[in-house]
Design a protein. Structure first.
Ligand SMILES: [Zn+2]
Length: 201
């Protein structure tokens, strides 16, 4: 059995990594609120991640914009936007949009589900690496609003080509909802849970 803050009756500060008495409400070093574990962390993270996954679907199957020219009328999904830039030789723009709007959200949700399942199955495998994975998606989360900005940029760049654009509600609002839910899901997860299995006999 490995000792964790729980088994020692202490609380590990997620902010400054100081180990204090579990009786304290606030970390004596950094003044951040101190809790042994985030409240209902697993249930909240599951609910928020599943909700985010749910919104990922309309964000990608509904058109994010309608392009209208004299002869054509098209509904375009995010992925259509990516192909649009590839077709026009704008590989960098296409790739940035693909990474920000599809690749990163998928990776973030995948990591969250992986961490959740790992805690639930009491896995003791590669805890340090899992902690690093969490840190990575947490840091990416801070830049998540960039995803929404890039979607806006995509729409404005397509507009530059001189076709009328009508942005549509479902996909854009689903996308924004998904990004925000993923941020909350990441915030809800408590990495200290990963080690709790080691604290059991
Ligand atoms: Zn602290």
């Amino acid at each position: 059995m490995t000792h964790t803050d729980l088994t020692m009756g202490k609380a590990f500060c997620l902010h400054c990594k100081h180990l204090s008495s579990a009786q304290l409400q606030v970390c004596p070093v950094c003044d951040e609120p101190l809790r042994q574990r985030k409240k209902n962390s697993l249930a909240r993270t599951w609910a928020l991640s599943l909700a985010a996954l749910f919104f990922f679907i309309p964000a990608n199957i509904f058109p994010i914009m309608k392009t209208v020219s004299i002869t054509t009328y098209e509904n375009n999904t995010i992925l259509d936007g990516v192909f649009y830039f590839y077709r026009n030789g704008e590989f960098l723009v296409g790739t940035v949009i693909f990474i920000a709007s599809i690749f990163i959200p998928v990776v973030k949700l995948f990591v969250l589900f992986f961490l959740l399942l790992s805690v639930q199955n009491g896995s003791r495998w590669r805890l340090e690496e899992k902690n690093s994975l969490y840190k990575a998606i947490y840091l990416i989360g801070r830049w998540s609003m960039l995803d929404i900005f890039i979607i806006g940029l995509m729409i404005s760049l397509v507009q530059f080509e001189g076709i009328a654009i009508v942005t549509t509600g479902y996909a854009a609002s689903s996308f924004a909802t998904m990004v925000i839910l993923t941020i909350f899901a990441t915030e809800s997860f408590d990495t200290r849970l990963l080690w709790d299995e080691k604290g059991k006999k």
